[in-house]
Write a protein that binds this ligand. Structure first.
Ligand code: APR
Length: 312
């Protein structure tokens, strides 16, 4: 019989704590919040605090804070947020060296302790980290995904909703490509209540929204000063985990291992994909026009440059 799922959260910092909270609130399963020994009090405190919150609202999922990988063993879903966030003035690529070192440790442990998990990476630089994760674990391609597109699309939707004063529910949009400043918001494929977005806003407004979306992570780094965004990233990774846990088969943008789709072979980059009980069940290949193709290639060039620096 099924029973509750086990959600392994690697990294108990800002995003990790919010992932634990949302997992309980959405009743995805019992949560294990893992961090390094120096953060033992942090993860145990967050676990206790959230378990007490769960009593207020009567949630049946529990959180355990741990620094022992044995407690993470057998997780059905693993979400990785272990790693340094950006500080003002840094690019995501500046995190490569320090976060790759952490990913090597984390990926080896996931391979050893959670061989059957669906693994969602959130650590940056996103597309290079998920590549390293995939190579180190040797997991199946449908078992490993990177979270960026859901967040980038959410940012885009919010800016459109603000500009038009419409409900965010009625906005359909898609941001593809790498999780960097040359990500690809697809205006031609965005609608508001079914009406093409390009009919709703003048070009200058749209260009400004695209620009703000591309720099959306940096805008928050500049405001927070000590780290990067965490509420939006946590909610975005949870949307992906939820589609897996409940076999929702949602179509979401995410970084998947590409084998020729969009002209890319052997790398991860943001594309529309379907997530269900089988993990990444499908990659959807959208017909792009020449300009969109060129933007995807430009974004891929940046992704590849970072991945080429990944030495495993
Ligand atoms: N194993 C597990 N956890 C680790 C390890 C490791 N080897 N090394 C570091 N950590 C933990 C830190 O102790 C810290 O608690 O990862 C946590 C990261 O938390 P924050 O510093 O609060 O960072 P956060 O905002 O959550 O972002 C994490 O996600 O979006 C990306 O760019 C962001 O790479 C960053 C990551």
């Amino acid at each position: 019989m099924g029973g509750k799922k086990k959600i392994g959260l690697i990294g108990g910092g800002q995003i990790g704590g919010n992932l634990a909270l949302l997992s309980v609130q959405k009743q995805l399963g019992d949560v294990v919040l893992y961090d390094i020994p120096a953060a033992d009090g942090l993860v145990k405190g967050k676990a206790l605090d959230i378990n007490q919150l769960a009593a207020v609202d009567g949630y049946d999922c529990r959180v355990t804070g741990t620094t022992d990988w044995k407690d993470v063993a057998g997780s059905d879903v693993v979400i990785i947020t272990a790693g340094m966030p950006r500080k003002p003035g840094m690019t995501r690529e500046d995190l490569l060296e320090v976060n790759l070192k952490i990913m090597k440790d984390v990926a080896a442990n996931i391979k050893a302790h959670c061989p059957n998990a669906f693994v969602i990476n959130v650590a940056n630089p996103l597309d290079a980290m998920v590549y390293a994760l995939f190579k180190i674990t040797g997991f199946r391609k449908n078992q490993v995904v990177g979270m960026a597109g859901v967040l980038d699309t959410a940012r885009f939707k919010f800016f459109v909703a603000e500009a038009l004063n419409v409900s965010m529910r009625d906005i359909e949009a898609l941001v593809l490509g790498g999780h960097g400043d040359d990500m690809v918001p697809l205006l031609r494929h965005s609608t508001v209540g079914g009406v093409p977005l390009t009919q709703m806003l003048p070009k200058e407004k749209l260009d400004a929204i695209v620009d703000r979306t591309r720099k959306g992570g940096g805008e928050l780094v500049a405001l927070y000063k000590t780290g990067s965004a965490y509420f939006g990233p946590a909610a975005s990774a949870i949307a992906m985990a939820e589609s897996f846990v409940f076999d929702r088969k949602r179509v979401l943008p995410g970084a998947a291992f590409l084998e020729g789709q969009y002209g890319i072979n052997g790398f991860f980059m943001g594309v529309p994909l379907q997530i269900g009980a089988g993990g990444v069940e499908k990659i959807i290949e959208l017909e792009l026009d020449a300009a969109e193709k060129a933007e995807m290639q430009k974004s891929f060039t940046s992704v590849k440059k970072t991945v080429d620096e990944v030495k495993l």
